[in-house]
Design a protein around this ligand. Structure first.
Ligand code: GLV
Length: 309
């Protein structure tokens, strides 16, 4: 039996040393060199082609190379009973907390406005509330959301979180479900989107939701591009209702040359780098997951297909 690795050949060059060291004696195959499909027991994947996983009759587990699993669940032929496992990697959480803190502070301290003033040689002090009056709202409060809240807390920002099912978090005002979405948005001066992408969250940051944010709010999207309706975001920036946006993810990546977001003065664009899976940190987690699945032991991060994460 073998383990199929499906990402790019470049990525395999980085993953092969730690994975083969951690799982000695295992046979790895690099997609598309799958060999006999019946011999594949586990698939470690990033954006697998539709139908690939269904073509492996003896598959016992699908492991995502990232925190998100929308790229796997998007395949309508995905075998229903094979466990799909998200990557719960503290390194991803630490990187995400770093990126989100940078973006929150940049909006909070009006980095974009001062950069524009510097370009024009303008010396002018701009209004800005102190941290204790800048409310941060985090949508999605799993491992990554929690890590961001923990990093932001010492600055004194009032923190809120929005989740699907009621949950508590120390020092964070939690909101749950669609019934509480409006109240959550209304107290998010800086909104951070860390939601999983599911049919329920697709396009959740649309004109209606953005209008519920306080005037002058900023949006940080580090989840998936499809959470945001870009035309609605651009309209809210144009009207002045939103003061800025930091976007790391886009519905179509790479972001097309000439896309209006590239040169928008109120938008910061980065190429999906907020949290990058690093083989040195993630390979031990993947190896442990494979060993657990094989031994029938409990595994963290198994996706609930009904919820979509
Ligand atoms: C990256 O976007 C991930 O899902 O880890």
């Amino acid at each position: 039996m073998a383990i199929l690795f499906q990402s790019s050949a470049d990525r395999w060059a980085d993953w092969q040393p730690p994975l083969t060291a951690l799982l000695p004696g295992e046979e790895f195959r690099l997609h598309p060199g799958t060999g006999d499909p019946a011999s594949i027991e586990f698939a470690v994947v990033w954006k697998p082609p539709i139908g690939l996983l269904a073509s492996l009759p003896n598959l016992k587990g699908v492991l995502s190379l990232g925190a998100g699993v929308d790229h796997i669940l998007a395949d309508p032929t995905l075998p229903p009973n094979v466990p799909v496992v998200r990557l719960l990697d503290p390194s991803l959480a630490a990187q995400m907390a770093e990126y989100v803190t940078l973006a929150v502070l940049a909006h909070h301290r009006r980095r974009g406005d001062y950069a524009a003033q510097q370009r024009d040689g303008v010396w002018r002090v701009l209004d800005a509330p102190g941290a204790t009056r800048r409310r941060i709202g985090i949508m999605g409060f799993g491992m990554l959301g929690e890590a961001c809240a923990a990093r932001l807390m010492p600055f004194g920002f009032p923190l809120a979180g929005w989740v699907r099912h009621a949950q508590t978090a120390e020092g964070v005002r939690m909101f749950a479900g669609t019934e509480q979405l409006a109240a959550f948005l209304a107290c998010s001066d800086i909104l951070v989107c860390l939601l999983p992408l599911t049919p329920a969250t697709h396009g959740i940051l649309n004109a209606r939701a953005l209008a519920l944010l306080p005037n002058g709010a900023a949006v940080i999207n580090v989840a998936r591009g499809a959470h945001v309706v870009v035309d609605d975001l651009l309209a809210a920036l144009e009207s002045g209702h939103l003061s800025g946006a930091t976007l790391d993810v886009f519905a179509d990546e790479p972001l097309a040359p000439g896309h209006p977001l590239w040169h928008h003065p109120k938008v910061t664009v980065t190429p999906h780098i907020a949290a990058i899976t690093r083989p040195a940190h993630a390979a031990p987690i993947i190896a442990d997951t494979i060993q657990r699945l094989r031994a029938g032991r409990p595994v963290a991060g198994v996706v609930n297909r009904h919820k979509g994460y």
